[in-house]
Structure formats: structure tokens, C-alpha cells
Ligand binder design. Structure first.
Ligand code: G
Ligand code: MN
Length: 476
């Protein structure tokens, strides 16, 4: 039995058994405020501190603790529809109108949810602008419909009559779980559904259990920042390399270093597989030990016919405080003429005041700067205007399209421009001999791609390059 005592606006939930009976007695006796005292007495009787407040003072909704306890209780007996709901861009209400207005809006949203969903609904406010709702019962679709109606009603809620234009839409994630589900698991699933709703553009409700399961499986495969740190500690990160070749002679001119994570189960993960989760902002960039980077570059610089090693510089790496120190240390021990730094397409280098001086220093020392994936996204002409650049790597999209006259026209003009600017060029993503012929025809002399060699462990490629300076067939 669970008894809720209302006294002086405060509430406490007692456990079944003796204390429940005592509290029930308090109600029967109509003791009012005395019930609260008795409630505390019950707690003392159990040797525990007094119960925490059950309700969030701002909105009157349940607290997280109270909600979780209630949800656990409900789930023991019946299926429950669980919803996590979040106001879209709520922070901007506080920023623009002040915290009092933000508070008023939250209180009004709490009222709206209670009015719309009725007394059977369990409604909690978490910190800030997130709400949890649980609707016990088997009516999966009806519950989802009620939640969607409530979500839409929130979009019309205003903080005060004087501010009728201050409204915020809401995003919601909904999951229907059977009796016996672990409450924490149900909330995690609803949270994932909310993340999907937000990723799809907010102001919507996501209740597709299949989509949530897929997202959960994808998340489980991603190791997250803690897993990445553990992997670094266990030395599981390594460099693969992919050769850049002269398109006519097949001579290897250099290699691009590609970070790989060799998992204990033997799977080899690429950066987009372990870094691709936008839900992990603020994750530190993965920097292999400087010694590893140095050893890799030295391996190729010291070959009988030396090769360059190209390292990718992402925005995260460029913004990270110690990158300058690391790269300056690298060029002190490896011949800078054998080093290339590729500015990756999404590196927000334009907004970074420290990046430009660093690139200048590297270049001054004799290293070369390349624009990766040139011609797509942020890897555009403006970078040629503002950054010190030696090499453009034409994005794979142009190689793939090279059979089309239109793409050839674009490439021909870019090649002419790059030549006028004194830049070297590398075509990316070569997969067929036909592409090689077309690109050679346009005047391109170097390329990279599966046709010319797939990414493989650095020592493998170093051995192959050293052993075989003759034109190689298509690599593995
Ligand atoms: O953007 P960047 O050039 O750094 O990307 C390198 C990635 O491109 C590597 O992970 C590599 O696996 C992939 N890649 C290299 N060559 C080819 C290719 O010929 N085709 C395709 N589809 N991908 C390639
Ligand atoms: Mn690259």
C-alpha cells in the first residue's frame, strides 16, 4: 500500500507496512499538519532521514526521485507509456526575457501538462526544461495520441498575458513498455526517442519503437568517450596509411595517415564509427601519443626513396590547446619536407584565431598544407584566399563524376586555377582505370583511392613501398 499525505502543501510517500498504516491513521484522524510531523516520525522510526520533497516547487510536478519511485511501482503491475519532453530552445527565453519569465513559462507548461493529461498521469520536471510523463495502462496508441495533443498544446502556452508572443514548441520521445520493464531502461529509451525527435528538426513527437531500437543498437556499438579513453590506455589506436601515387608511373609519393581503432574483438573502426555521435559534444580529440605520430612519419621519411606522410587536422584537433606544441615538436624531429597537414572539410578553421599562425609556422618550417575534400562543404575557394595552401585534394565526388562532361569542365577549370596559383593537386577516391585515364587526360598527375591502394597498417605499406618501386597492380 502506498499512501500520500497532503499536509501544509508538503507531501511525503510512505512505505507499505507499519509506517503506511500510521500515516493512513493520520489521515483518518484528520490530523492535517500533524500528518507531516507523523510522516517525519515514521522516517525516524525507520532510522532514515525525512522523505525528500515530492514536488518541484516551481511547477508542482513530481521530482525525479518521486517520479522514478512511482514509475517503478506502476511497472510492477502494468504496461506504461513513458515520455520525455523538452522545450525547444528554452534557454533563449531566459536569455532574452530573464529567469523570472523562464520560470513562469515552465510553471505554465507544468499546468498545461497536468490539465491536458488528467489525474492519472505522472508528470515530473527534471532540471531546467525537461519533463517526464508516465501514462500507466495498455492503451499504447491512445496514450501516444494524448501525449501528442498535450505536446501541441504546450506550443501555445505563454508565461504571462503581457508576453503573448513568448512561446516555445516542444519535442517529445515516447516509448511504450510492458510490465516488468526496468524503469531506468524505459527512461533511457524515451530519451533516445527524444534525441531522434530533435535530430529530425524538433517540434515533434517520436514514438517509433523500431527507430528507437535501431538507435539504441547503434549507440551500443559506439564506445563513447569513456570507451575511447580506455582504448587509448590499452594502446588500441593505430595508424593505417593509404598511398598517394603518381598516376602515370604508380610511384608512391606519400601516404595519408588514417587513424584506426583495433577493438579487442578484432573489429577495426574508422573515425566516423567512433567519433560520429553528435550527442557527444565536448569530447576531447583523440590524439595518439606523439611518439606514435613521430614514428609513423619517420618510417616513411626514412625509406630509400622518401615519402611524405599526410596527417588530417580536424577542427577539434586544431582548437585543442596543445596541438601547436605537439606539431611543433613533430617538425623538430621529422624532416618537415616529408610532412603534409590536411585541413579536413569540416574543420572550423576560419573561426579559430590560433590556427592560422600555426599553419604559417608549419609551412615556414617546410611542411606542406593541403585542403582535403576540396570543392565540397567548407573546403571551398574561400580557403584558398585566406589560408596558406600548397596542395588541393579534389574531393572524391569529382572523380566519381569524371565521366560526365560537366564534371570534367569543372575539374579542368580548377586544375588551371591551381596551376596558376602554383598548387599541387591530388585526386581522391580513384576506384577504376577509366577514372585514372580521364584524370590523366585532364592533366592531373597524382591520386589516391582503392585503385591505387587501400588503407592498411603502416608497416605493411612501408614494406611494400621499400620492396617494390616498380608499377604496382591495384592493391588488395
Ligand atoms: O576525407 P579523407 O580523404 O581524409 O578520407 C579518407 C577516407 O576515404 C579513408 O577512410 C578511406 O577509407 C576512404 N577512401 C579512400 N579511398 C577511397 C576510395 O577509392 N573510395 C572510397 N569510397 N573511399 C575511399
Ligand atoms: Mn584526408
Amino acid at each position: 500500500m502506498r499512501v500520500t499525505i497532503w499536509a501544509n502543501g508538503g507531501h511525503c510517500v510512505t512505505e507499505p507496512g507499519l509506517t503506511g498504516s500510521l500515516a493512513g491513521l493520520a489521515i483518518v484522524l484528520g490530523l492535517g499538519a500533524g500528518a507531516a510531523l507523523l510522516c517525519r516520525a515514521c522516517a525516524r522510526l525507520r532510522g532514515r532521514p525525512p522523505a525528500l520533497p515530492r514536488r518541484d516547487p516551481l511547477t508542482g510536478c513530481l521530482t525525479r526521485t518521486a517520479f522514478t519511485a512511482t514509475l517503478a511501482d506502476d511497472l510492477r503491475r502494468q504496461p506504461v507509456t513513458v515520455c520525455v519532453l523538452d522545450l525547444d530552445h528554452f534557454e533563449s527565453v531566459n536569455d532574452t526575457w530573464g529567469h523570472a519569465t523562464g520560470d513562469a513559462l515552465l510553471a505554465a507548461v507544468g499546468r498545461c501538462l497536468r490539465d491536458r493529461l488528467g489525474p492519472g498521469a505522472r508528470i515530473a520536471r527534471l532540471g531546467s526544461d525537461a519533463f517526464w510523463v508516465a501514462l500507466p495502462g495498455p492503451a499504447r496508441q491512445a496514450n501516444a495520441d494524448r501525449l501528442e495533443a498535450a505536446r501541441q498544446a504546450i506550443g501555445a502556452v505563454i508565461p504571462t498575458p503581457e508576453l503573448p508572443h513568448v512561446t516555445r514548441s516542444a519535442s517529445a520521445g515516447v516509448i511504450h513498455v510492458p510490465a516488468g520493464t526496468d524503469p531506468a531502461e524505459a527512461i533511457r529509451a524515451a530519451d533516445l526517442a527524444l534525441a531522434l525527435a530533435k535530430a529530425q528538426g524538433r517540434d515533434q513527437l517520436e514514438a517509433d519503437a523500431e527507430a528507437v531500437h535501431r538507435a539504441a543498437a547503434a549507440r551500443a556499438r559506439r564506445p563513447g568517450p569513456d570507451g575511447i579513453r580506455a582504448g587509448l590506455d590499452r594502446d588500441e589506436f593505430t595508424y593505417f596509411v593509404q598511398p598517394v601515387r603518381d598516376l602515370s608511373t604508380d610511384r608512391v609519393l606519400g601516404v595519408e595517415a588514417l587513424l584506426r581503432w583495433v577493438r579487442p574483438d578484432g573489429r577495426i573502426l574508422t573515425p566516423d564509427q567512433f567519433l560520429g555521435d553528435p550527442a557527444l559534444p565536448g569530447t576531447r580529440p583523440i590524439r595518439p601519443p606523439l611518439e606514435m605520430t613521430r614514428a609513423l612519419a619517420a618510417m616513411f621519411a626514412d625509406l630509400p626513396e622518401p615519402c611524405f606522410t599526410a596527417f588530417n587536422l580536424s577542427g577539434r584537433v586544431l582548437r585543442s590547446a596543445d596541438t601547436g606544441t605537439r606539431l611543433r615538436a613533430l617538425i623538430e624531429t621529422v624532416d618537415p619536407a616529408r610532412l603534409v597537414f590536411e585541413i579536413v572539410e569540416d574543420a572550423g578553421i576560419e573561426d579559430d584565431p590560433a590556427a592560422l599562425p600555426l599553419l604559417r609556422d608549419l609551412r615556414q618550417a617546410g611542411a606542406r598544407i593541403a585542403l582535403d575534400d576540396f570543392g565540397t562543404g567548407r573546403s571551398n575557394l574561400a580557403r584558398l584566399l585566406t589560408l596558406p595552401v600548397d596542395i588541393v585534394k579534389f574531393d572524391r565526388a569529382f572523380t566519381v563524376a569524371a565521366t560526365r562532361p560537366r564534371a570534367r569542365t569543372i575539374l579542368a577549370r580548377q586544375i588551371a586555377m591551381a596551376e596558376d596559383l602554383g598548387l599541387d593537386m591530388i585526386a581522391e577516391g580513384l576506384e577504376t582505370e577509366a577514372q585514372r585515364a580521364l584524370l590523366l587526360d585532364l592533366g592531373l598527375r597524382s591520386g589516391q583511392g582503392y585503385l591505387l591502394g587501400t588503407p592498411a597498417p603502416a608497416t605493411d605499406w612501408a614494406a611494400r613501398i621499400a620492396a617494390d618501386r616498380r608499377p604496382a597492380p591495384a592493391a588488395d
